[in-house]
Design a protein around this ligand. Structure first.
Ligand code: UT7
Length: 329
């Protein structure tokens, strides 16, 4: 099969209006703005209101991407939402978004791989476009992590936020997708997981009493793996694309911790003005963090045709991945 090219023709993002600052968190947690800022780089995060769900954020981001690309919902051939906070177990959040956009009868499915969602999604969506199976794909990363946060646990409550980012990929003469490197290791799922909710430990009263239906993380362990795996995934993605570190124009990493981002950027020798960070504004939005950062950077007019972008992420699973991408005109 001869592969076609793929490029991004639309970007959009959206976050809930409600902002929670570090100072707000100080009101009910034994924490401080100073601790959160120096340990994570976070200052604010957006949390959905009780009546706001993941598909609401995804829908707004998708509408933004359609406006940017000057396309109608019915022009999209397939919808993918990367999320670990779907509206329901089923139907898939992507089906809800497609229906609400009025894209009747279109294929739609979710990808559940936590913070690596957008990297896996970009790999899958690029494959669908390049193979000609679906020439135009809407790929969305969307989360409402505030809904599964233990707001009394200072080690996780400060970290996560809500938001959505969307990209539209389509067939192109040029090819933006240069390489992908993905990985996973679930030998210790308890490092970062929601213990009770699925078939292993369905939610019951005991689980609710112990908050086992909410995010649990062994932060220090995850931190170490994140740095190692993000660097090795980037190395492998660059090697597959026959690129050197010096070819990288922009690094757009998952926004889990500013210290993790700095370590990856230091290794890659990418100067700080080419490392895209918005962690101060959104915190960790899991699968949404990279597409939000990409959308903001594109809207700011910073990315030029020919620029090489490395997208890299690490998260629950454990899972990780990097994609090398050459921005097309
Ligand atoms: O997106 C998925 C991937 N996620 C990540 O990559 C997150 C990776 N982990 C991290 O980013 C960091 O480990 C954290 C930000 C979660 C924690 O930072 P740390 O520097 O690893 O701190 P720590 O867990 O080693 O805790 C150091 C101290 C502890 O106190 P003691 O035992 O030294 O007395 C904690 O109890 O900081 C304490 N602590 C806090 N203090 C004030 C933990 N959370 C807080 C807090 N405010 N919010």
């Amino acid at each position: 099969m001869s592969l076609r090219g793929v490029k991004i023709v639309g970007v959009g993002h959206h976050a809930p209006a409600h902002v929670v600052t570090n100072v707000d968190l100080e009101q009910w947690l034994d924490t401080s703005d100073e601790w959160i800022t120096t340990r994570t780089g976070m200052k604010r995060r957006h949390w959905a209101s009780p009546d706001e769900a993941t598909s609401d954020l995804a829908l707004a981001a998708a509408q933004g991407a359609l406006r940017y690309a000057n396309l109608r919902p019915t022009d999209i051939d397939c919808f993918i939402v990367c999320t670990v906070t779907p509206d329901y177990y089923f139907p898939a959040t992507a089906c809800l978004v497609a229906a609400r956009l009025g894209a009747k009868d279109k294929p739609a499915f979710d990808i559940s791989i936590a913070c690596s969602g957008f990297i896996y999604g970009l790999t899958v969506a690029s494959g669908l476009v390049r193979s000609g199976v679906y020439p135009r794909v809407m790929l969305i990363g969307a989360e409402t992590l505030s809904k599964i946060l233990n707001k009394a646990d200072r080690s996780t409550a400060i970290l996560f936020g809500d938001g959505a980012g969307a990209v539209i990929l389509e067939t192109s003469e040029e090819n933006s997708f240069l390489s992908s490197e993905l990985g996973s290791d679930a030998s210790r799922p308890e490092m970062l997981y929601v213990r009770s909710s699925g078939s292993r430990h369905p939610i019951d009263h005991a689980a609710l009493d112990e908050s086992l239906n909410l995010i649990h993380m062994q932060g220090r362990e995850v931190f170490k793996s994140a740095v190692t795996k993000m660097i090795s995934a980037t190395d492998k993605a660059l090697a597959k694309a026959r690129l050197n570190k010096s070819d990288v124009t922009f690094l757009i990493p998952h926004q889990a911790n500013k210290r993790i981002i700095d370590a990856a950027a230091h290794y890659l020798e990418v100067p700080s003005d080419k490392v895209v960070t918005n962690i101060h504004e959104y915190g960790n939005t899991s699968a949404a963090s990279i597409p939000i950062a990409l959308s903001e950077t594109v809207h700011a007019g910073k990315i030029k045709p020919g620029n090489v972008i490395v997208f890299v992420a690490f998260g629950g699973g454990l899972s990780w991945g990097a994609v090398a991408w050459r921005w097309a005109a």
